[in-house]
Design a protein around this ligand. Structure first.
Ligand code: ZN
Ligand code: ZN
Length: 624
């Protein structure tokens, strides 16, 4: 019992029922309630119904809500029912919060038999109790039998369905509601967003004439969750221009959109906004991790580190996890290990996310011994059961190093079924080491598991192409056609003069970016050829004639974006490119040569990681 509790609760005053009831109302912590609970028993105030009712009310909101149920059970033996009947909603709340379904059901039986049932406030408490303990069907039947329903009844059922992930039932309730308020609309936007129904969320958002910060935040995160970061960012700007001040969840969502897009200037603006608008005081804990993540994904690992240093002493493992994954993205395996060791020295406890970052960092830098060591540490020292992604890192690490048999051994011994990503890992390792037999097997397994994923077909057809088996290439292509599988077109974007410029593979000619970009690209290609560059025609999926293959390769979107960057950015500035797919070998060599011959720093973020090209070398040391 701390002295501050005693001083804020003058027990000496609480000698009669009235003052005790008042003191209970002022309680803000469980220890204060406990203190008064003991006091009530000691001074025999338990004979006063009003004191007991207040106590139940206070306890039902505490972090040990079951105490309220116990006090109520005790009160039943001392009082007449009518004296404590107004405790019922509080006890029901306590039953819901402490998952005491049996006790809750008894009270429910009592409610249904008495006229309490006609009081919407009590009836709503019954519905909410059922929803909180997870018996959604019972909640529905109680709801259907309710003699009087108000907006709160409808909203309780709606949020209950949403929490249980029953989106169709929630939708039905939402559409049947006789009247709606902002709370139900916000809940619905949020629910649709989380269930991949972004268009439905938009429908609700658009018809609203009044929107609060929760409405905007729910819609922004719906866009971000459904891989529509650009629209998320636009909506965030719109929210600001309407004069709505964003809350911490809105900031976290928009930072995640910016990270996906790689628009660092926007990210810096938000960072500054957070600092000047003092949003950090509300809830900086999530914002810190989101900022680290954003800077790392936008290629500014120094800035990520700077934010990390300013928040790391808070001891929030999430910040450390963001930093470790950020370093991994940049292939900085040793630095990631350094941060991890620092985390251990700070006596923080790593979780499965920490190890995922750490293992992928070891993987991106090809640190075989370290990777295996931390895979063991995670299980033996920290008792964390590896998930499929952790196995994926180890399998990838072995596969890239050419130890395909060992990698297959891990798959055989692991207690989980290999998923499509595991087979794709084996597939790309087989490609790298020219093991076409294994590659073909892995490709077929991957296609079985994910028949709509174009990348597996592309790799399988590349295997056949490498062996000159053009008939099989044709077969794969017709299989794709028959199944309606579409290849995701390569797309690269580059940020110049505050604007994003996008380039789609093979489409550069039609762009309004005028002929200059194409002239520049031709000039770069011929200059590189003088330095010994030979296009790697193996990278071309289609079985074109050699000349045509070459022109296809030149039009890979990152090359066109690079030419545009060389034209429009002054010499000293690095060129930042974001690519939606993995960079191909030919483009990789191309970037290396340009960084040397044109003396430019080039940063490419592909689907998997960052490549920092400088003086003819890449930070990934050709390991990706
Ligand atoms: Zn390429
Ligand atoms: Zn690279």
């Amino acid at each position: 019992m701390s002295s501050t509790c005693v001083s804020s609760l003058p027990l000496s005053v609480a000698t009669n029922p009235k003052s005790t009831t008042l003191a209970l109302e002022k309680c803000t912590t469980l220890s204060q309630v406990r203190q008064l609970h003991a006091h009530i028993i000691k001074t025999n105030l338990t004979t006063h119904a009003s004191c007991v009712a207040k106590l139940i009310h206070a306890l039902s909101r505490s972090c040990n809500p079951y105490d309220a149920v116990s006090v109520y059970a005790h009160a039943l033996s001392c009082f007449q029912l009518k004296e404590i009947v107004f405790c019922v909603p509080s006890v029901l709340r306590a039953c819901g919060r402490s998952s005491a379904f049996e006790e809750g059901k008894q009270i429910m039986g009592f409610v249904v038999k008495t006229q309490l049932w006609c009081d919407p406030f009590v009836a709503n408490s019954v519905v909410r109790m059922c929803l909180e303990v997870g018996v959604v069907e019972l909640a529905r039947s109680v709801f259907d039998k309710m003699p009087v329903r108000d907006l709160i009844s409808w909203n309780s059922l709606l949020t209950g369905y949403l929490r249980a992930g029953e989106i169709d039932m929630a939708r039905e309730v939402f559409e049947k509601m006789p009247q709606r308020d902002l709370v139900s609309c916000n809940a619905m936007i949020d629910g649709y967003g989380k269930h991949g129904e972004c268009e439905l969320a938009e429908e609700v958002f658009k018809v609203l004439s009044v929107r609060d910060v929760v409405t905007w935040t729910s819609m922004i995160s719906a866009f971000v969750l459904n891989r529509r970061p650009r629209e998320g960012l636009c909506l965030f700007r719109e929210m600001l221009s309407e004069g709505v001040q964003p809350d911490a969840p809105a900031i976290v969502s928009v930072l995640s959109a910016i990270a996906d897009l790689g628009f660092v200037e926007e990210g810096k603006w938000i960072h500054n906004y957070v600092l000047t608008n003092k949003i950090r005081h509300q809830s900086f804990s999530f914002i810190g991790s989101a900022l680290i993540n954003m800077y790392a994904k936008c290629g500014q690992i120094e800035n990520a580190y700077h934010v990390f240093r300013s928040v790391s002493q808070r001891g929030n493992v999430g910040d450390w996890n963001s930093m470790i994954s950020g370093l991994s993205l940049h292939g900085l395996g040793h630095e990631a290990i350094e941060v991890f060791l620092e985390l251990e020295r700070a006596k923080l406890v790593p979780d499965d996310v920490t190890f995922l970052g750490l293992l992928s960092a070891c993987n991106h830098e090809g640190l075989m011994d370290e990777g295996q060591f931390y895979f063991e540490t995670m299980q033996l020292k920290y008792k964390i059961v590896p998930k499929i992604q952790h196995y994926g890192c180890i399998i990838d690490l072995l596969g890239r190093a050419g130890q395909l048999d060992e990698a297959l051994g891990v798959i055989r011994d692991m207690p989980l079924e290999p998923d499509v990503l595991i087979w794709k890992t084996i597939l790309s390792a087989s490609m790298k080491h020219n093991n076409f037999v294994m590659g073909r097997k892995a490709a077929l397994r991957a296609i079985d598991l994910a028949p709509q994923d174009s990348s597996c077909y592309v790799l399988l057809s590349n295997i056949y192409a490498k062996q000159g088996r053009w008939d099989d290439v044709t077969k794969v292509r017709s299989m794709m056609r028959n199944r309606g599988v579409r290849k995701i077109p390569g797309c690269s974007s580059i940020f110049v003069d505050g604007k994003v410029h996008e380039f789609l593979v093979g489409k550069a000619m039609d762009l309004g970016h005028n002929q200059n970009v194409m002239f520049k690209l031709e000039e770069v290609v011929s200059r590189l050829k003088l330095e010994g560059y030979e296009p790697d025609l193996n990278q071309v999926f289609l079985d074109f004639e050699s000349d045509e293959k070459e022109s296809q390769l030149v039009l890979h979107s990152e090359k066109v974006a690079l030419a545009f960057g060389l034209l429009s950015l002054p010499q000293g500035l690095p060129i930042h490119i974001v690519k939606n797919l993995r960079i191909c070998c030919d483009c990789h060599t191309f970037m290396q040569l340009v960084s040397k011959i044109y003396k430019r720093r080039i940063v490419v973020r592909d689907q998997n990681r960052f490549h920092h090209f400088d003086k003819g070398c890449c930070s990934c040391r050709n390991h990706w």
